[in-house]
Design a binder for this molecule. Structure first.
Ligand code: BF8
Length: 627
């Protein structure tokens, strides 16, 4: 029962019980073993940056062996978290960028959005005039690769932000240079004997995170759209019941669409469909977990199997032939869990090899062939399924997903332009915001964290916000939580949303919680805020918007939170980051950083109270916005 209380998802509860019966250890079980977590770690005052340590700060030992105090140690640890997050997002983006360079007409990877490519080329300073689209794609790939390692200048992508915002960054000195450089600089400066000043450490953490949001993630999203298509609203289903009884069930888990898109292509081939029939299955069902799930659902309507905390439980259904993963957010525990069932746990990336997995390396150069080999392996595993071990839980929900920037603007214009004649502008959105019919827009995003019951904070906050007429946009595992619980259906707007928001949802045909994609796609939020701010000749910090990561857990989430604050958006966390060991760090991050960038962090581990904090903060901005 203790374990069941660690999640509010009913499917998860049922599978936790099954895991117990099957004798399988899950995260929920391991969490019970961690009654008390390390207090030094929680406060961020443990330093392992050199071999004299580890040193940890306490009343008796107020300094590390080198003399570093709690502010230095917390600051270094925080900056390194930002660098870790920025590295993960940006290295993902780098792979996408290389893939754009591999596109060929009729090849495995093609340019799906030539117009978007031309527009982006122009923005990056590449003249598309008279160029073959693939020649252009290769040139843009090269230019974008330079953003990772160019020796001079700051990120070109910053120009997407309002001018006033760019000036703020210049003033504070956080315009990121090459992405890799910002990451390397943090690693260097946090080495033993380098930076020992909390203000300077926070400053470099911000600069590095800005490289994540405004360069790495921005490139990742943009080029994914160009390669695989800009998402459009599409119907899907979410939660573990999407696993299909007599089909070969393949779950795609991880982050980069370069792999998952090829698995989609491969599994649709007649030869694979035939093979599935030959082994006695009715067909092949693909579903997704984590951000790969988001990428697939928003481009193809492929169903969402679950979120970060459901990855082990998916295998425990006994109905999964293969769990195919690439990078990030993959529990190493999956290898052990899979030994209890017939599931093949297939790792594919040299960056994320896991002991006990079946390693089938995936190369973009031989993408479709590699994908076919992997899919074949999954199909052939169907015969090993043990019916006595299968339990697909009962629940799933319908959802509308796939709202890219274009979809949001387009959707609003679709219907509202019958009354307002501005086509393809943001005027309708601005009007409903200015009139107060919608009070504000909140990005509720990010992970599941075992320090809170899975999905509880996400759902509590989202429901409270939409009930009070705040539109919610979401990405990552927050998006899965919303999809699993019916919040991404216009039909449910009347039930969950306040009158103003519900009316807008009906009129404009949007759900009260809008699916914007994977965590890399938080860049879409930056884009939309920039478009609105530009249209109003305002700064992003003036808009009635906020960011919230109610159950964050990853370094990526810390980097995101930091660049969102750096972008002038007040950011609310439902889990305290490991910074409380330094009063100065808390003072800066939750206070004085606002003087530099126009926003700061707010932390409240009580979800209901956090929702109230968000609304109060937005209401305080409204008078100025309405002027
Ligand atoms: O990048 S929300 S648990 S899946 S880190 Fe991971 Fe967190 Fe999920 Fe995607 Ni984002």
């Amino acid at each position: 029962e203790q374990m069941q209380n660690m999640t509010i998802d009913l499917n998860s509860k049922a599978l936790i019980e099954k895991a117990e019966k099957d004798g399988v250890e899950t995260m929920y079980k391991r969490k019970l073993g961690y009654k008390v977590q390390c207090g030094f770690g929680l406060q961020g005052v443990c330093c392992r940056n050199c071999g004299m340590g580890p040193c940890r700060i306490s009343a008796k030992t107020p300094r590390g062996l080198c003399g570093a105090d709690e502010h230095t140690i917390v600051g270094r640890n925080y900056a390194r978290m930002c660098a870790g997050g920025a590295a993960a997002h940006s290295d993902h983006a780098r792979d996408i960028t290389h893939t754009l360079g591999l596109t060929t007409p009729g090849g495995a990877y093609q340019v799906a959005e030539p117009e978007k490519l031309k527009e982006f080329a122009q923005f990056m300073g590449v003249d598309p005039e008279g160029k073959d689209i693939y020649e252009l794609a290769h040139e843009v790939s090269e230019v974008c690769l330079m953003e990772f390692g160019k020796p001079h200048g700051v990120s070109k992508l910053l120009a997407r932000a309002p001018k006033v915002r760019q000036d703020i960054w210049k003033e504070y000195g956080i315009e990121p240079r090459a992405i890799d450089r910002e990451i390397a600089t943090v690693m260097h400066s946090t080495h033993i004997g380098c930076c020992a000043d909390i203000d300077a450490l926070v400053h470099m953490a911000f600069r590095c995170s800005m490289a994540d949001g405004w360069a790495g993630s921005m490139i990742g999203t943009m080029l994914s759209d160009i390669l695989f298509g800009t998402p459009k609203p599409v119907h899907t289903e979410a939660n573990l019941n999407v696993l299909d009884g007599n089909n070969v069930n393949i779950i795609l888990h991880g982050h980069e669409p370069t792999l998952s898109e090829m698995i989609v292509l491969a599994s649709e081939l007649p030869e694979m469909q035939d093979l599935a029939k030959e082994v006695g299955a009715d067909g092949i069902t693909l579903s997704g977990i984590c951000c790969t799930g988001n990428e697939l659902t928003m481009r193809h309507g492929i169903k969402i199997a679950g979120d970060f905390h459901q990855q082990e439980l998916a295998i425990i259904t006994g109905a999964v032939e293969a769990m195919i993963v690439d990078v990030q957010c993959i529990f190493p525990a999956l290898a052990e869990v899979a030994t209890h069932y017939h599931t093949k746990f297939i790792t594919t990336s040299p960056k994320a090899q896991i002991t006990g997995s079946t390693y089938m390396e995936f190369h973009e150069e031989t993408a479709l062939e590699d994908a076919k080999t992997i899919v074949r392996e999954a199909i052939l595993n169907f015969k090993n399924r043990d019916a006595s071990k299968v339990m697909v839980p009962e629940l799933k929900s319908e959802a509308m997903v796939g709202y890219a920037e274009e979809a949001i603007v387009g959707q609003l214009n679709n219907v509202v332009n019958t009354q307002i004649d501005d086509m393809n502008t943001l005027k309708p959105l601005i009007d409903v915001l200015a009139s107060g019919v919608i009070r504000g827009v909140v990005g509720v995003v990010g992970c599941n964290n075992a320090r809170t019951p899975s999905n509880y904070n996400h759902l509590t906050i989202m429901k409270e916000l939409i009930k009070n007429d705040y539109l919610v946009v979401t990405t990552g595992c927050g998006a899965s939580a919303a999809a699993k619980n019916g919040l991404m259906l216009k039909e449910n707007a009347a039930k969950y949303a306040g009158k103003g928001l519900a009316t807008v949802c009906q009129l404009v045909d949007i759900p009260p919680v809008i699916h914007l994609g994977s965590c890399v796609d938080n860049s879409r939020i930056l884009n939309i805020c920039s478009l609105v701010a530009n249209a109003l000749d305002m700064d992003i910090a003036d808009l009635p918007v906020a960011g919230c990561a109610p159950e964050w857990m990853s370094e990526k989430a810390i980097a995101i939170g930091t660049y969102v604050v750096g972008s002038g958006i007040e950011t609310f966390l439902g889990v305290m980051p490991p910074v409380t060991g330094s009063s100065r760090a808390v003072e800066i991050l939750c206070g004085s950083i606002k003087d530099k960038v126009g926003a700061c962090f707010h932390v409240n581990e009580d979800a209901e109270a956090l929702a109230q904090d968000i609304m109060a903060c937005i209401e305080a901005k409204r008078p100025h916005f309405e002027e």
